[in-house]
Ligand binder design. Structure first.
Ligand SMILES: [Fe+2]
Ligand SMILES: [Fe+2]
Length: 471
């Protein structure tokens, strides 16, 4: 399973044995590079960036760090090792051998799942393309670029599946992946959250914590798929995703840390005048990014999701660790619904509630991150606690798309919503203030005043290391 870096497209799928596929992907590669140069991070083509590149798909496969010009990053095709004798872990086909080809009857559904996932990857790169110009430190800049090249590789991961298993329409979908663009009026990205701008580094860290985490949960449920190439692709992507989660969580944590330092030093909650971001503003950003990310899990009650599950295409989070029949024939799941103007959990057939279950797993994971941020606040003896807003707050999709709900979960009128939303979500003023903080700091060892330095650098290097060289 070693990765072959002598090939034009590095891979561990013996691409050279399949000339047709190799040629097709080599034909797609220049289009990808053109896309990167046009819509990847602005003005960075000559930068030398201290990046990690996978050398194998084993747990220690990230050992390779070095300076890379991003257009020369070795984007390739890496699948986790096959598990011998693996059987489909859930749904009607449970216990049957996994598929190594696309089952004809599920072709359209699988393609849709792969295209939807794949579309988010280059979308995130496009959303973040301006951020490099306002980085708070070289360390942060390097992490941004690491995430960017890896999201680019995730695009490769899905494009490989489309090319290898879906024939001509797969090739067309692969091309379309580079034709839709984030925020494009005519050809937008598929999911709403990926058409929003990531305007500043606070939004970026919140995005990496909340929205990228949706990606982690989608990948985890696809990693259970009965279509083995998809499962193995996603398993390897999850090892990259772990670092993305770290970047988001630690980024917000360092902003919290800095706010707390300023509160302590100046004995005030109003740290804006000292160049920090106050905790109340951070709470509003949490409210915003959490609620738009919840929408990405789709409808609370979903026959599509039920079908994906029954067909063995997309499982639940940690499917094989769950103790039940893995078919959900009689099981129920509490789904929050609107009953007489109140939001209450109502038991529903678990099969049509798999989206909601995944959303719950995600919420629990987010809460764990918030708990760690709250510990930082506590350690300063400050009496303040971040809270996740209610799952019905500020939703656009699903049961709560049409109602107005407070962060505490109370249904309110449109009028009250309009009057109060500035207290719950970032206002133009808040965003304007954050924008004033976005001044680039690119001297090694220096950092912007609104964020604390990280406790350690990358790959054992100190924070002062020259993670990016501008040429
Ligand atoms: Fe990704
Ligand atoms: Fe990611």
């Amino acid at each position: 399973m070693a990765i072959d870096y002598n090939e034009r497209i590095p891979n561990n799928v013996e691409l050279s044995e399949n000339r047709r596929l190799q040629r097709a992907l080599e034909a797609w590669q220049p289009a990808y590079l053109d896309w990167w140069k046009e819509l990847g991070p602005v003005g960075t083509l000559n930068y030398d960036v201290y990046l990690r590149t996978a050398i194998s798909v084993e747990a220690n496969g990230w050992a390779n760090f070095g300076y890379v010009r991003m257009p020369d990053y070795r984007w390739g095709i890496f699948l986790a090792k096959p598990v011998e004798g693996r059987t489909i872990p859930f749904g009607d086909h449970k216990g049957e051998p996994v598929w190594n080809e696309v089952p004809g009857e599920y072709r359209a559904a699988l393609r849709r799942l792969i295209v939807t996932q794949g579309d988010t990857e280059p979308a995130a790169v496009e959303q973040q393309r301006l951020l490099g110009q306002t980085c708070p430190s070289l360390y942060d800049l390097r992490n941004l670029f690491q995430l960017n090249v890896e999201e680019g590789r995730h695009c490769w991961a899905m494009v490989y599946l489309l090319h290898a298993y879906f024939g001509r329409d797969g090739r067309e979908e692969a091309e379309a992946m580079l034709e839709r663009h984030s925020g494009d009026a005519e050809k937008p990205r598929i999911l709403g959250a990926f058409n929003e701008k990531t305007a500043d580094w606070l939004s970026y860290y919140m995005f990496s914590f909340f929205t990228d985490r949706d990606g982690k949960y989608q990948l985890a449920s696809l990693a259970e798929s009965g279509f083995d190439p998809l499962a193995r692709t996603c398993q390897f992507m999850l090892t990259e995703e772990a670092h993305h989660m770290f970047v988001g969580e630690s980024g917000v944590m360092r902003i919290v840390e800095r706010a707390c330092q300023l509160m302590r030093d100046h004995k005030t909650d109003e740290v804006r005048k000292f160049g920090g971001i106050d905790l109340a503003t951070l709470q509003k950003y949490i409210n915003f990014h959490f609620s738009v990310s919840l929408d990405l899990f789709g409808q609370e009650i979903s026959t599509n999701a039920a079908n994906y599950f029954t067909q063995g295409l997309k499982g639940r989070f940690h499917e094989t660790k769950i103790e039940d029949d893995h078919k959900l024939r009689d099981a129920t799941w509490p789904v929050h619904q609107l009953v007489d103007g109140r939001i209450v959990p109502v038991d529903q057939p678990a099969l049509i509630a798999v989206n909601e279950r995944l959303r719950q797993d995600y919420i629990n994971d987010c809460q764990r991150g918030l708990n760690r941020w709250n510990k930082v606040i506590q350690s300063y003896g400050i009496d303040y606690e971040f809270r996740l807003p209610h799952r019905a707050f500020n939703r656009r999709i699903g049961t709560f798309g049409d109602v107005n709900v407070t962060p505490d979960g109370k249904v309110i009128t449109e009028e009250v919503w309009q009057r109060s939303k500035g207290a719950w979500l970032p206002s133009d003023d808040d965003r304007g203030f954050i924008a004033t903080l976005m001044q680039p700091v690119i001297e090694p060892g220096k950092i912007a005043g609104w964020i604390a330095p990280p406790p350690r650098g990358i790959n054992g290097m100190p924070f002062e290391y020259e993670y990016v060289r501008f040429n």
